[in-house]
Ligand binder design. Structure first.
Ligand code: WQD
Length: 346
């Protein structure tokens, strides 16, 4: 069975390609390299000894999508990662997000709905819950009005998939990620943020390696035990494995609804200061950081109720926060080790 992984050279996509190949799936990757590097293909092959087929296609080009599915008529499943994902950028440039995250989804579904059988795994996000009123967050928590165009594209994407599944052969699983961090234990693949990292863990590792002067902690006046915001940090390999299980669930027709939703997290919340402390423990080095004001749009806390993923999907996160941070640090050392140490920037 051939599986299409869009955005398959990206952070979560590349780790999922590895797990799919480990499970014996043939994989074809579509990626437009706008936020990834072609070298990731070699990284994947170094891990699995199988180089996935690769097509450098921009899914915003409807004809390219149509031509691809004409050429590759044996695609039986799609895992759709390709999307823009920077919350702040989406506020400044909403149409970039609506075009890239919505049009591409529509073009993919237009092809899939013509198939006898179409299994679709969608990369969604806990962002759809906004600031949930109760912790841990279950899949029944209400989807709240999005706090950014990025978050809105995930909500709209889920609705589009649900509407299409009702009237077509498409079966889907929506995976609502919490905070993916870390890197493959082989350090052949990992996170490659372009420019100044927006997310916490890559900023931490770049600070620790000397690329950034210090980490700014966005607010310590939240109503949490240590005042800093709480998130559910999940090892990217654990997250990748959830995608394979979701796909197998559809292939084996175990799904009880045309569209199923799962929260994918560890079920454990960690504050920013707790992450810093864990990182310092793992690396035996102090991390330069300072407290600054809150970041616009941040929620106070978000961590998953993993009951449904554990019992229905048969998936459970295996790695601890420390193990994930350790893998992120080893990856940073490897990536920077290739390059001369850059002057400190912030
Ligand atoms: C985590 C915590 C920050 C950077 C976002 C998206 C989500 C998903 C993951 C794509 C927060 C704090 C961060 C820094 C800090 N993206 N922080 N200093 O915002 O929970 O989730 O990324 O799928 O959809 O919303 O992740 O890593 O940006 O922040 O103090 O330099 O770290 O305030 O409390 P977030 P994050």
């Amino acid at each position: 069975m051939k599986i299409l992984v869009t955005g398959g050279l990206g952070f979560i996509g590349s780790h999922t390609v590895v797990e799919l190949q480990n499970e014996g799936f043939d994989v074809v990757v579509i990626d437009n390299l706008s936020n990834s590097s072609i070298e990731v293909l070699q990284g994947i092959e170094n891990i699995t000894a199988k180089k996935p087929e690769f097509e450098n296609i921009d899914l915003r080009d409807k004809k390219s999508v149509q031509d691809f599915f004409k050429k590759c008529s044996d695609i039986s499943g799609v895992i759709h990662f390709a999307a823009s994902k920077a919350v702040g950028e989406s506020v400044e440039n909403p149409l970039l997000y609506y075009e890239n995250n919505i049009n591409t989804l529509v073009y993919l579904l237009q092809e899939l709905q013509q198939k006898e059988e179409a299994h679709f795994i969608f990369s969604s996000s806990c962002t759809v819950y906004g600031q949930a009123s109760a912790m841990p967050i279950t899949e029944n928590a209400p989807v709240q009005s999005a706090m950014s165009p990025y978050g809105n594209t995930k909500q709209i994407g889920e609705e589009i998939i649900t509407d299409v599944a009702k009237v077509s052969s498409v079966n889907a699983v929506l995976l609502r990620y919490f905070n993916p961090i870390g890197a493959h234990p082989s350090v052949e693949i990992g996170e490659l943020p372009l420019g100044v990292p927006q997310n916490l863990v890559p900023f931490i590792t770049q600070t620790a390696i000397g690329l950034r002067k210090e980490l700014s902690v966005f607010g310590d006046d939240y109503p949490t035990p240590d005042g800093t915001a709480i998130r559910d940090y999940i090892h990217v390999v654990d997250l990748a494995k959830a995608h394979v299980l979701a796909l197998q669930r559809l292939f084996e027709k175990k799904n009880t609804e045309k569209v199923e939703t799962f929260n994918v997290g560890t079920g454990k919340g960690s504050s920013v200061l707790e992450v810093i402390t864990a990182f310092e423990k793992v690396t035996s080095q102090k991390l330069a950081h300072k407290i600054v004001g809150r970041r616009e749009g941040d929620v106070v806390e978000a961590y998953a109720d993993t009951q449904k993923a554990n019992t229905v999907l048969g998936w459970k996160a295996q790695s601890s926060l420390e193990e994930a941070l350790e893998s992120a640090w080893r990856w940073e050392q490897k990536v920077r080790g290739k390059m001369a140490v850059c002057p400190k920037q912030n």
